[in-house]
Design a protein around this ligand. Structure first.
Ligand code: FAD
Ligand code: SIN
Length: 526
């Protein structure tokens, strides 16, 4: 099957949906999804979306400063200015479209209850309880579906981009319902495939976050950048014994906003420890808190520390964090009384497909937005709640730029009909994933070194050998994508011989601005 349209969008999270709404105003849009709508990271987002909408106590200048500081010298200042300025307008549009964010009891903050998170100097996080992402996804998705603005193909993951005469003219995808490879041709393709943290054993990311967009763009000759910078969220719930058989499932997140409301961290001995690590205590930048927890876990011989909510009123906990309260209760913890066992987990990829501020990659006709893209808005470490904003602002921008691409309809293209089935059984694919996840967690995790990275690479190459046949079924391509992004992260982490932001090398513990205040860019040379 060959289908034609103006713009193909791959991925239905905040970036893909925002892009689809913008593009479909005057173009025929097809949206390809790996699973069902709402199965990405967006719908799991808890804390909220950062925007300086309180023009009295806050300003976009403060938001810019906080973002640049968290980014540890590697942000693209032009991109950050766009993020914080256009972000305010995009969030207001979202509210006009029907998104309901919590209101303050007083009129302060323009009427909205603005939360505080780590490394923000002002309260600027809009939230819908602790289910902000779901509210945003519903709002964008409902608007798109209600108006019938785009043709949505669920369970049709993109597998490889189609490049002709140095231009991206479409994508091959596998329809998982029929098994058939389908070809989608267009003037432009926008990749909005989300993150890659499923390559780590412990992660907050959904199962879809296997780095497909980054890997397929890299295979097609796109530049990727900042791959060494992966953010570890400090407080993922540590599963209890009875949940250990579902270890492959994402870790449930305990939002940073809980610390913003007064949650404190205690080690296994019941001691509050953050004062040893940073003057902002529990609200220090994420990389600092994650490493502090990791160090405390190692020094006390424990697989977790505790998050204590003793300073927050029980009624406030239930009202402000209903999803976290209910989920923990289902797992045997009453967080109005019990301390929560938590540990860091891989959460967000700052790196990805290199784009400019219009989402354009180095390949004509190929655009990227959201977590799979990297244009320097987050630098070496993302400021909390800036990611949803990134998807909103640059999802819109990439669609505006993609609409300007000239027609590609005259370019000839032949397609063979195939329905590939995987060579490996499901259990073998799961085993390969587990090998990758363990190797990357151990060797390229919160604290890395040359030795640990080389050991991780060795294991990844062994896993790779088990895929040494002609791969064309999506399930195997997905594992290959995980291997590709794993190798890119290892390579970049080996190359960057310093510690900066989320990248910490125990053999190079200092930041080195003289040599390393630059972004590392990689390109496939076939
Ligand atoms: P996603 O929302 O992940 O969407 C990706 C889409 O691409 C999905 O539809 C997926 O199925 C699809 N896809 C993937 N591969 C393919 C393929 N091969 N073919 C077709 N489709 C494909 N950020 C904040 O700013 N504030 C928060 O409070 C916050 N909380 C978070 C909580 C959790 C638990 C997690 C995991 C993340 C959180 N983040 C938060 C980060 C933020 O949610 C994500 O970075 C953001 O939602 C990414 O949006 P996206 O559109 O790029 O990707
Ligand atoms: C959280 O709620 O702690 C997640 C916020 C984010 O990832 O930005």
């Amino acid at each position: 099957m060959v289908k034609h349209c103006d713009i193909i969008i791959v991925g239905g999270g905040i970036a893909g949906l925002r892009a689809a709404l913008t593009a479909s105003k005057s173009a025929k849009v097809i949206l390809l999804l790996k699973g069902k709508i709402g199965e990405g990271a967006t719908e799991k987002a808890q804390g909220g979306i950062a925007a300086a909408i309180d023009s009295i106590k806050d300003s976009t200048q403060y938001h810019l400063e906080d973002t640049l500081e968290a980014g540890a010298g590697l942000c693209n200042e032009e991109a950050v200015k766009i993020l914080v300025n256009e972000g305010v307008a995009r969030v207001k549009e979202l509210i006009e479209m029907g998104a309901r964010f919590d209101k303050a009891e007083t009129e302060a903050g323009g009427g909205f209850a603005l939360a505080l998170e780590g490394a923000h100097k002002r309260r600027r996080i809009l939230h819908a309880g602790d289910a902000t992402g779901l509210e945003i996804e519903k709002t964008l998705g409902n608007n798109l579906i209600k108006e019938g603005l785009a043709e949505i193909h669920e369970e049709t993951p993109g597998i490889d981009l189609i490049i002709k005469d140095s231009r991206c003219i479409g994508i091959n995808a596998q329809n998982l319902k029929t098994g058939e490879i389908e070809t989608y041709l267009a003037n432009a393709v926008i990749l909005a495939t989300g993150g890659l943290c499923q390559i780590f054993l412990y992660t907050t990311n959904p199962l879809s976050a296997t780095g497909d967009g980054v890997a397929m763009a890299y295979r097609a000759g796109a530049e990727v950048t900042d791959m060494e910078f992966v953010q570890f969220h400090p407080t993922a719930l540590v599963q209890f014994k009875e949940f250990e058989d579902i270890i492959a499932l994402p870790q449930f997140l305990i939002s940073e906003a809980v610390r913003g409301e007064g949650g404190i961290l205690l080690n296994k001995l019941g001691e509050r420890f953050m004062e040893k690590y940073h003057s902002k205590l529990e609200l220090a930048p994420r990389d600092v808190v994650s490493r502090a927890i990791f160090t405390e876990m190692q020094s006390t011989g424990s697989d977790h520390v505790y998050l204590s909510l003793q300073n927050i009123e029980p009624e406030n906990i239930k009202k402000r964090f209903p999803v976290i309260y209910k989920t923990c209760l289902e797992r045997g913890l009453d967080i109005t009384k019990d301390n929560i066992p938590v540990a860091p987990a891989a959460h967000y990829a700052m790196g990805g497909i290199k784009t400019d501020v219009k989402g354009q990659t180095n390949i004509s006709g190929l655009f990227a937005a959201g977590e799979c893209a990297s244009l320097g808005v987050h630098g070496a470490n993302r400021l909390a709640s800036n990611s949803l904003l990134d998807g909103l602002v640059f999802g819109q921008r990439s669609a505006l730029a993609a609409k300007k691409m000239p027609s590609s309809q005259t370019i000839e293209f032949d397609q063979e009909k195939t329905s590939p089935t995987p060579h490996l059984k499901e259990v073998e694919l799961q085993r390969l994933k587990l090998i990758i996840k363990s190797a990357i967690w151990k060797g390229a995790g919160i604290i890395r070194s040359k030795n640990s990275l080389i050991e991780a690479l060795r294991k990844i190459e062994i896993a790779e050998k088990q895929l040494n046949f002609m791969i064309s079924a999506f399930k195997e391509i997905e594992v290959m994508n995980m291997l590709t992004v794993s190798k890119l992260i290892i390579q970049a982490a080996l190359d960057r011989q310093e510690s900066r932001g989320a990248h910490y090398r125990s053999d190079f513990p200092e930041k080195d601005d003289v040599i390393w205040k630059k972004n590392l860019v990689y390109k496939n040379t076939p």
